[in-house]
Design a protein. Structure first.
Length: 226
């Protein structure tokens, strides 16, 4: 049964691997959200991160090239169940973007990165770096995240924390380049790389680069700018 993504907020918690799907008509970029949580899957607590992710994606649709959440699901912290959904969404339903929420910490039940790494064909470490950089501005515990991100076929899969606020922070950090990457994955040969700003003109966002530029008087050696 097809259910509109707008009704996601009114739905009770989705148990196990039951999928709520929506027609992809009108969605240029099809997004799926997977909440990984034993608590939510058992119905012992509400899914707070899933609805937040849906809201962030749909409200940023234009910045993501017409993205819309067309499928959501909740599964327990179980490698097989996580992988079953990821395979179905990437191989059969050919989602453009899959975002998983939760299961990226240090506990024995946190297995989302392991499940993801076994399926992806290409890693995308730059996305993880940007998310880590943004999250560390809020809390030092962000360094404990073991998130994975990569490409399977033409689908981009990104692990994000289960904290609702962290989801919004990570998405906001990725927005400047995510649209470009998703277009490349879809084989849009017209998509050009964003204009490169020479390092000498760029405003550093990384605290280490800021310190380096301060210590060297702003001199930056970069082979791409020579």
């Amino acid at each position: 049964k097809h259910i509109s993504s707008e009704s996601t907020f009114a739905l009770p918690a989705i148990k196990s691997d039951k999928i709520t799907s929506d027609s992809s008509e009108g969605a240029d970029v099809r997004v799926a959200i997977l909440t990984v949580s034993d608590t939510v899957a058992m119905g012992a607590g509400p899914d707070r991160s899933g609805p937040r992710a849906v809201s962030v994606i749909n409200s940023s649709s234009e910045r993501l090239g017409g993205a819309r959440v067309v499928a959501t699901s909740v599964v327990p912290d179980n490698v097989t169940k996580i992988q079953d959904i990821l395979r179905r969404w990437s191989d059969n339903e050919q989602m453009d973007l899959i975002i998983t929420l939760g299961g990226t910490g240090f506990t024995s039940r946190d297995v989302t990165p392991e499940a993801t790494k076994e399926l992806i064909e290409k890693e995308t470490p730059g996305l993880l770096y940007v998310m880590m950089q943004e999250s560390l501005k809020v809390t030092p515990s962000a360094m404990l995240s073991r998130s994975a991100a990569g490409i399977r076929g033409s689908t981009l899969i990104i692990n994000m924390p289960g904290n609702p606020n962290a989801v919004a922070e990570c998405m906001e950090a990725l927005l400047p380049a995510l649209k470009h990457g998703l277009k490349q994955l879809r084989g849009d040969k017209r998509e050009k790389h964003p204009r490169h700003t020479p390092h000498a003109e760029a405003v550093p966002t990384d605290v280490w680069e800021q310190s380096y530029m301060s210590a060297t008087g702003g001199e930056v050696s970069c082979s791409c700018c020579k």
